[in-house]
Design a protein around this ligand. Structure first.
Ligand code: OOG
Ligand code: MG
Length: 252
């Protein structure tokens, strides 16, 4: 598992894709995938990154259909992945980046165990519209469930819009624009019927305490769109406002 984590870590650093592991090792399981992801997180921390949050993936029908995977998964977010709202994302060594609109939560207190949607809502100190930048380290974005989990669920970057006091985010309209043109339309209701369910699912799947201060991305509400240097990306969220990022070539 260490070797697979190292291969994925180098693929990300060098921008060179790898072939999905389930191809040569059909017995590579989902549990193996999470084991690799743990090693990968350790590598990022040893490299000086800080763990700041968690993300859920495959929590909406549009994403499940786009990627051909239909069970929710989770990954980690580090401080190095964050791009300030209205800032510039340098593509660096990314392989085939995409962007997708998400809902973000900020935890005001620790959460663990079997929590209800109501309990989760009480534990949240803020909500925001967000953008997630994904970039699979696998050739042609081609992976099975264990592969994508090992690859930290394609996590590559994120942008958080202005934090708002908690409000009902169960059915908010979302428009994702690329260079001023609407590219995807959706609703936060696409995320498991209510993005708070992504949070309760995360707590259940993680099997450890989610500490206060954690940022959580609930998963994309629409399909992701490919990114190019020069793009100007904006997502508008009903009641939450807009989140923008400019995409540039080059490294940080
Ligand atoms: C996997 C990541 C899924 C989401 O929001 O559903 C994800 C992928 O699509 O490559 O981040
Ligand atoms: Mg996502």
């Amino acid at each position: 598992m260490q070797k697979i984590a190292s291969a994925l870590f180098s693929a990300e650093k060098n921008g060179k894709s790898v072939i999905r592991f389930t191809k040569a090792q059909p017995d590579f399981t989902l549990a193996n995938g999470y084991e690799v992801q743990k090693h990968l997180l350790k590598k990022h921390l040893q490299d000086g990154a800080r763990l700041v949050g968690r993300k859920m993936g495959m929590t909406s029908r549009p994403k499940m259909q786009q990627m051909g995977i239909d069970s929710p998964i989770h990954g980690f977010l580090t401080d190095r992945m964050q791009v300030p709202e209205g800032g510039v994302l340098k593509l660096g060594n990314r392989i085939h980046p995409k962007v997708e609109p998400e809902i973000a939560f900020l935890l005001g207190r620790d959460l663990h165990g079997d929590v209800s949607v109501h309990e989760a809502s009480l534990a949240i100190s803020a909500v925001a519209g967000a953008l997630e930048i994904i970039d699979s380290r696998y050739e042609n974005f081609d992976f099975g469930l264990p592969d994508v989990v090992a690859d930290n669920c394609s996590s590559s970057g994120f942008v958080i819009g202005p934090w708002r006091r908690p409000l009902d985010v169960s059915n908010l309209g979302i428009v994702l624009e690329q260079n001023g043109r609407p590219a995807q339309f959706g609703s936060s209701a696409a995320i498991l019927g209510n993005p708070l369910r992504a949070l309760t699912a995360l707590v259940g799947l993680l099997g450890e305490t989610l500490p206060a201060g954690t940022v959580i991305l609930a998963g994309a509400a629409t399909a992701a769109i490919p990114l190019q240097a020069g793009d100007w990306i904006r997502a508008s969220f009903e009641k939450l406002g807009t989140v923008e990022v400019r995409i540039a070539a080059g490294t940080v």
